[in-house]
Write a protein that binds this ligand. Structure first.
Ligand code: FE2
Length: 424
């Protein structure tokens, strides 16, 4: 066997210890104690070998723009959208591209190798679409980037948004987006869901809509999204992002809605960092968390992923491209603290998100893409607890990031001089 890369002694998410052999861009074997020669061999005893992180909900046209032209003072979604409007006036393709490429560097360093980004199509120039199409091509050897045509200011509400959404799809944007709760009326929102789903069905494209990102329990566009999914035969290809209004809905209504979402095979993306910051802003005390009903959805067999949504942009002033941060926050806000729930949360930032993005040849199996991350952690729960260092990131058989283990030197009486970072 002609091996390019052999990595020894790693721990799989199943807990098994193994070696992994790579030839070209593919995994050729995952077996313990392999006796093989390779161009490069590394040992990472006791470290977790994970499939790469996947972020199915992001805004790359806005990322790393914080402070341009000003920061969001109220912290609300509406001020964020207003601020984005100001930023759009002064965007240049070069700046969008440069910031996106910088973010992709951060992502790779964190083992994040697939991102679905919404891209605003309300600007008649489609400047961000053009810039991100270039980025998509440039980074394709090491990072899968999917683009969603996103009429941020409303498919009907914003002049030309309908026409521009179609233009963006003609340019090869991969997914149909929408924002029904931001249309002028509930009715118009429902119509936008229907038309956008029809467009997706006609073009054979997946749908991923910002849906009911509000604390209003009467914002019920998800029902229409599930209905149209079944109506148009789009089962398995439609995603509802956010669904925060479900947090506040009447429980009886939700008991009817959850089986409908399951029947339609609509996937859900919850964005815990941004939801916990933005939802409940109009509440006095008690303040709602506003996250959608993740554990209840999982109980119904609905596919749910965690997304990042924003990093250093008009909506969110923090973030590092680290999906472990996202899972950490999700575990807290959804109170998913059992061992089984925390393992599920890890799957939600890896394999479940990969299924939502319909990624091919993803995962730790012979024949699949040799794309993975090695973490300075014994298992998935420890990885989340430590937001563990990524010691090596491999994409399509190439080592794209490496980092030494961190050791803290202590200077304390009667204590060891150095310690590893709180590993078990
Ligand atoms: Fe979003």
């Amino acid at each position: 066997m002609n091996l390019d890369l052999l990595i020894k002694g790693v721990t799989l998410p199943s807990g098994a210890t193994t070696d992994i052999a790579i030839s070209g861009s593919r995994i050729v074997a995952i077996e313990p104690n392999m006796k093989a020669e390779a161009a490069q061999t590394f040992s990472f005893e006791g470290c977790l070998l994970s499939p790469p992180f996947v972020d199915p909900h992001f805004h790359m046209d806005a990322t790393l723009s914080q402070g341009i032209p000003r920061v969001n003072q109220s912290g609300t979604l509406l001020e964020g959208i207003e601020l984005w409007g100001e930023l759009k006036e002064i965007l240049t393709p070069e700046a969008v591209k440069q910031r996106a490429l910088q973010y992709c560097d951060w992502a790779v360093s964190m083992g994040l190798l697939a991102i679905r980004t919404h891209v605003d199509v309300c600007d008649d120039r489609l400047l961000a679409v053009e810039a991100l199409k270039e980025v998509q091509k440039e980074i394709s050897p090491y990072l899968d980037l999917q683009l969603v045509a996103f009429p941020q200011d409303g498919f009907y509400r914003s002049r030309n948004a309908r026409k521009n959404t179609l233009r963006a799809l003609d340019l090869g944007v991969d997914v149909v987006g929408g924002i029904p709760h931001f249309e002028r009326t509930m009715e118009e929102g429902l119509r936008s869901v229907t038309e956008l789903c029809r467009i997706a069905a006609e073009r054979g494209l997946p749908v991923d809509m910002h849906c009911d990102e509000t604390d209003d329990p009467n914002s019920r566009h998800i029902e229409q999204l599930a209905f149209e999914t079944i109506n148009l035969g789009l089962e398995g290809r439609v995603t509802g992002s956010h669904l925060t209004s479900m947090h506040s809905m009447d429980n009886y209504y939700v008991s009817k809605l959850l089986p409908l979402i399951a029947e339609a095979e609509v996937s859900v993306i919850s964005n815990p960092l941004i939801n916990i910051v933005i939802q409940g802003r109009h509440d006095n005390y008690p303040k709602r968390r506003g996250l959608t009903r993740v554990p209840e959805m999982l109980d119904y067999g609905i596919r749910v992923g965690w997304g990042q949504d924003c990093v250093l942009d008009p909506w969110y002033s923090l973030g590092t491209a680290d999906m472990l941060d996202v899972a950490f926050m999700g575990i807290h806000v959804a109170q998913m603290t059992s061992q089984a729930d925390m393992l599920k949360c890890y799957e939600m930032i890896t394999t479940e998100n990969a299924k939502i993005m319909e990624l091919e040849n993803y995962g730790l199996l012979p024949g699949n893409k040799a794309s993975f991350v090695i973490l300075d952690a014994a298992d998935q729960v420890e990885a989340i607890r430590l937001r563990a260092d990524r010691l090596m990131v491999v994409s399509n058989g190439k080592i794209v990031a490496k980092r030494e283990k961190k050791v803290t030197e202590l200077n304390l009486p009667n204590r060891p001089e150095t310690v590893e970072r709180k590993r078990s």
